[in-house]
Design a protein around this ligand. Structure first.
Ligand SMILES: NC(=O)c1ccc[n+]([C@@H]2O[C@H](COP(=O)([O-])OP(=O)(O)OC[C@H]3O[C@@H](n4cnc5c(N)ncnc54)[C@H](OP(=O)(O)O)[C@@H]3O)[C@@H](O)[C@H]2O)c1
Length: 334
């Protein structure tokens, strides 16, 4: 039973991922339904915010009572309240499902699906909780912290440098790596960068929503980054200061209020270091080019703290790595 439960839960994860980048502020959810003989009879997933939840999508495809006495797999606890759609628990009960297997409990306090199902005599089990939580880490951060999820992208030499002491930085990584970055940006609600990076590189950074941290409004009006998309410039006039700099948490809170669930941060070592020191980064995507600068006066990808003991270094966990063209991409969670 455990192996079968894991197999069908993995199928839910696969289906859930079809909604990647389209479900925010909702989670990514997939659902699989077996009949009482254990035959797979329906599948569904949450396609985008406002559309049917995964369970409803799968349950509405059933013919007559074909899932009566069967099992429903879903990677997130079914909802039990009226939101944009009616409660999924009602439909599960109506279709006479006997057992529900979930990946994780919903962190939304309005959801009480497990007890609703149990009250109706439906058995509820859980499987692959850690994987289910990892899949919906953006949603969990949004609901529990009321902040957007932050991914920092950096492109470095193998000695962790992003530019020489003269500020020369183009290009460390290959064209293929840069194309990969263009694709990644689309998966996040907002890209964020700094005044220094805009002034140094004049990047275009095409995106529907861009946030620039520019306390003293130093960036030139003709900067390419300002040419398209919605632009939010955080300055000392709209953001509180902390130790003389923009308060980064306040900027993130403001973005969350604007409906931004995820931020893709592309900046130099100063801002990256401040974000890291304040524990505001959730993940790091590091492109590493097979190059060595061999000069300590070049800029490092993180430069925000004075640390005397190696034991005090920030600890990360690698969850994915691979080769992109000639470079390596490592993805870490903090
Ligand atoms: N290799 C890469 O992946 C990559 C990516 C991007 C940039 N870069 C390179 O990075 C270099 C720029 O690096 P940098 O270290 O000078 O600048 P940075 O880290 O991009 O930005 C620093 C600036 O951010 C602003 N900022 C706002 N709030 C802050 C806070 N709380 N803490 C710290 N900074 C805050 C400050 O400017 P205000 O006072 O004006 O607000 C500060 O001067 C450029 O040469 C660029 O090419 C490399």
């Amino acid at each position: 039973m455990k192996n079968a439960d894991e197999k069908y839960m993995r199928e839910c994860f696969r289906l859930a991922l079809k909604g990647k980048g389209k479900t925010f502020p909702n989670p990514m959810v997939g659902c699989v339904i077996l009949n009482k003989e254990g035959k797979l009879v329906s599948k569904g997933y949450h396609k985008k915010c406002g559309e049917n939840h995964a369970e409803r999508d799968a349950l509405l495809k059933l013919k007559n009572n074909e899932a009566e006495g069967g099992t429903l797999y879903v990677n997130l606890e079914p909802c039990s309240h009226y939101g944009k759609t009616p409660p999924c628990t009602d439909l599960i009960i109506e279709k006479k499902i006997k057992r529900v297997v979930i990946g994780m409990k919903d962190v939304n306090p309005k959801v009480d699906g497990i007890s609703q199902l149990k009250k109706s005599g439906i058995a509820v089990d859980s499987v692959l909780r850690e994987e289910a939580e990892f899949l919906n880490r953006i949603f969990i951060k949004n609901i529990t912290k009321k902040l957007p999820y932050v991914v920092l992208k950096t492109a470095t030499t193998i000695d962790g440098k992003i530019s020489t002491k003269t500020g020369d930085s183009k290009w460390i990584t290959s064209q293929k790596a840069r194309e990969e970055v263009y694709k990644m940006r689309k998966e996040y609600d907002c890209i964020m960068t700094s005044s220094n990076t805009v002034i140094a590189d004049n990047p275009k950074m095409e995106h529907k929503f861009k946030c620039i941290l520019d306390k003293d409004e130093r960036i030139p009006k003709e900067s390419l980054i300002l040419k398209d998309g919605n632009i939010y410039i955080a300055t000392k006039n709209n953001t509180p200061l902390k130790n003389g700099r923009l308060n980064l948490k306040s900027v993130l809170k403001e973005l969350y209020k604007m409906g931004i669930c995820s931020v893709f941060l592309e900046c130099g070592g100063t801002l990256a270091g401040s974000f890291l020191k304040e524990n505001l980064i959730d993940e790091v995507f590091q492109f590493i080019a097979p190059e060595i600068l061999n000069d300590n006066s070049g800029s490092s990808c993180f430069n925000g703290d004075s640390v005397l003991k190696i034991k005090d270094a920030k600890k990360l966990k690698i969850y994915e790595f691979g080769k992109i063209g000639e470079d390596i991409l490592i993805k870490y969670v903090l």
